[in-house]
Design a protein around this ligand. Structure first.
Ligand code: ADP
Length: 398
């Protein structure tokens, strides 16, 4: 048995994802997801050294959901104590400008996170529910909040400010916060470590391409720009989100097309991106459609790559060149065609991929640029749970 473990909780509106990790070795000892909380056909899927289990039951609320997960941990007659949980790390989406780093959760922290709910109404309230339930179930260990936004609190004003009326912006907290920070932070550190270079001496571009997608520019160890903004809707083309769009198009849809605010929200967050263009949001399904000659899927891919290249170009310019470009998350780690197309024809900028290395599959950080490339291109698997576990462990043990 591991002496000290960290439980990581990612609590959403109708689901709770959890993982029990050894923060030192990085090993995941157990993981699971409770889904369809609040519905009659709830489901929990749990995996640990005893194998994988799935159980269906009505799951009334988050308390019942996390309770079920704890039942799974002790299903073979063990006790919770035997898990050696030394800290709980909670993913919290919005930390505003206040939470610049992982923070031990107190009642005051809960109150501040609650205040930030207006900026992330779909995320912070369920994050808080997870915190409340977990604190009640594990009252004797430190609980640590790790914020998606913290990594980007270093953004210079020129990058974080929207060019709108300053009073209105200030009154409503309208600025660019950035998201996926835990992943950008973890992956950029992994990249520097893999190359054996000091973190604050490399200029990096990190491309987090999953269902959600974002790019960051990191200069001298600090994030100076990122593609997501006030919300995770800005920037790249995503699975179901539009990314950048002329705000005038939204006014037009409200005024002329008569869409309601909820319909517009649904359209931009769940009915756009790859899905809106091609009917599918999963990249593998998109690739299958393209292989069958589907023109909509082809266009979706082209728009996706076009937007990606635009951001890469912008960030190269902002930093006066990059030392490292890193691909991560589901698409970034697996889709070699996306990597090749995102960086095609950039020899003059010192970016040259090694085709064979780009095609090779591995679960470890790896270099995919050629030896002649001035810019090192990497694939680094992200691991947000481990990053949260390590942050929680550091605070709990420090
Ligand atoms: P999330 O943002 O939900 O965490 P992930 O990082 O898991 O998402 O990425 C999900 C995306 O990665 C999906 O579009 C999926 O199709 C894509 N993906 C996963 N495996 C592959 C693969 N082998 N080839 C291409 N795309 C993949």
């Amino acid at each position: 048995m591991v002496a000290r473990t960290v439980l990581v909780i990612n609590s959403g509106s109708s689901s709770i994802k959890y993982q029990l990790l050894d923060p030192e070795s990085g090993e995941a000892l157990a993981s699971g997801v409770v889904e369809r909380i609040g519905e009659r056909d709830g489901i929990i899927t749990h995996a640990d050294s005893g194998g994988e289990t799935e159980q269906r039951a009505a799951i009334a609320d988050h308390k019942a959901g996390l309770g079920l997960a704890f039942d799974m941990f002790t299903r073979d007659g063990g006790t919770l104590d035997e898990l050696g949980i030394a800290a709980v790390g909670h993913r919290v989406v919005h930390g505003g400008t206040i939470f610049t780093k992982p923070t031990i959760i107190t009642d005051d922290v809960v109150a501040e996170v609650d205040k930030l709910s207006s900026l992330a109404p779909l995320h912070n309230p369920p994050n808080l529910l997870g915190i409340e339930v977990a604190r009640a179930l594990l009252p004797d260990v430190p609980h640590v909040a790790v914020f998606d936004t913290s990594f980007f609190t270093t953004l210079p004003a020129a990058a974080s400010t929207y060019a709108i009326d300053r009073d209105i912006a200030e009154q409503h907290g309208i600025q660019r916060y950035g998201f996926h920070g835990t992943s950008h932070d973890y992956v950029s550190h992994q990249a520097a470590e893999h190359l054996g270079r000091p973190y604050d001496a490399v200029n990096q571009i990190v491309l987090h391409l999953g269902n959600g997608a974002s790019v960051s520019a990191i200069r001298d160890g600090q994030a100076i720009d990122t593609s997501m903004g006030l919300t995770p809707l800005e920037g790249l083309v995503m699975g179901t989100r539009s990314g950048d769009i002329d705000p005038g198009a939204l006014l037009h849809l409200l005024r002329v097309a008569g869409l309601s605010i909820d319909e517009l929200d649904e359209l931009l967050n769940r009915g756009s991106g790859l899905k809106g263009l091609s009917g599918v949001n999963d990249f593998r399904a998109l690739s299958d459609l393209i292989a069958r000659g589907d023109a909509d899927a082809r266009l979706a891919y082209d728009v996706y790559i076009h937007r990606l290249r635009k951001y890469i170009g912008a960030y190269l310019l902002e930093m006066g060149g990059a030392d490292v470009i890193t691909f991560t998350a589901g698409v970034g780690e697996n889709a070699s065609n996306v990597r090749a197309d995102a960086l095609a024809g950039l020899e003059r900028l010192g970016i040259i991929l090694d085709e064979e290395a780009n095609e090779a599959r591995a679960k470890e950080p790896r270099i995919i640029s050629s030896t002649e490339s001035a810019v090192t291109v990497l694939v680094v698997p992200t691991n947000e749970e481990l990053a949260i576990a390590r942050a929680a462990w550091k605070l709990a043990s420090g």
